[in-house]
Design a protein. Structure first.
Length: 188
């Protein structure tokens, strides 16, 4: 069991998930069907096909709560709609077509720390073009794009419980393996 746990930790450590650093300096554009803004608390409640775009970061959900901190950072809570999870997608540094994307019933994004927390039926995938390179599925996933750290737990509240749901991690080979030499027809 310890070997399996150590292997899983090693696999998580190899995930290369640095979000595109240029996104931090971009303005946020928010599209929605309905909006309620409270200027005193610096809180906006949005609903109906909410889409938040900030550089390459794309957040999408049926409902969103956006809070602006005194330091001018956004705290965004996305909530899934009927049959549609809340989602995010962001380009990663390190190559021309590297992406990280995720989905869950609720997603919390803290712009200051660049941490994305996914609650309930959470999935995070890393892709290179259209090729899946890594995937994590669990009830809770925390993704810190600045430190390149993923944490997954079997409880949607972010804890680990005995008898809780099982997670799954898929690690694709980094480099394509050479094909095995063909065996001549009729050879023993």
């Amino acid at each position: 069991m310890k070997k399996i746990f150590a292997f899983a930790l090693l696999g998580l450590a190899t995930l290369n998930a640095v979000a595109e650093r240029a996104d931090a300096s971009k303005q946020a554009v928010v599209d929605y069907n309905s909006l309620h803004v409270d200027e005193v608390t610096q809180t906006s409640v949005l609903s109906g096909n909410v889409v938040v775009t900030k550089g390459t970061l794309l957040l999408h959900a049926e409902k969103a709560l956006v809070k602006q901190t005194p330091e001018d950072d956004m705290l965004v809570t996305l909530t899934a709609g009927a049959g549609k999870p809340a989602t995010f997608r962001q380009k990663r540094d390190g190559g021309p077509d590297l992406w990280v994307e995720g989905e869950a019933q609720r997603i919390e994004y803290d712009e200051r720390t660049a941490v994305m927390k996914l609650f309930g039926a959470a999935k995070i995938r890393q892709t290179e073009g259209t090729r899946l390179t890594n995937e994590i599925q669990s009830e809770f996933i925390s993704y810190d794009s600045l430190r390149e750290v993923f944490t997954a737990r079997n409880d949607a509240a972010g804890g680990s419980t005995t008898g809780g749901a099982r997670g799954r991690m898929i690690i694709a080979p980094r480099k394509p393996r050479p094909a095995a030499p063909a065996t001549p027809t009729g050879a023993p």
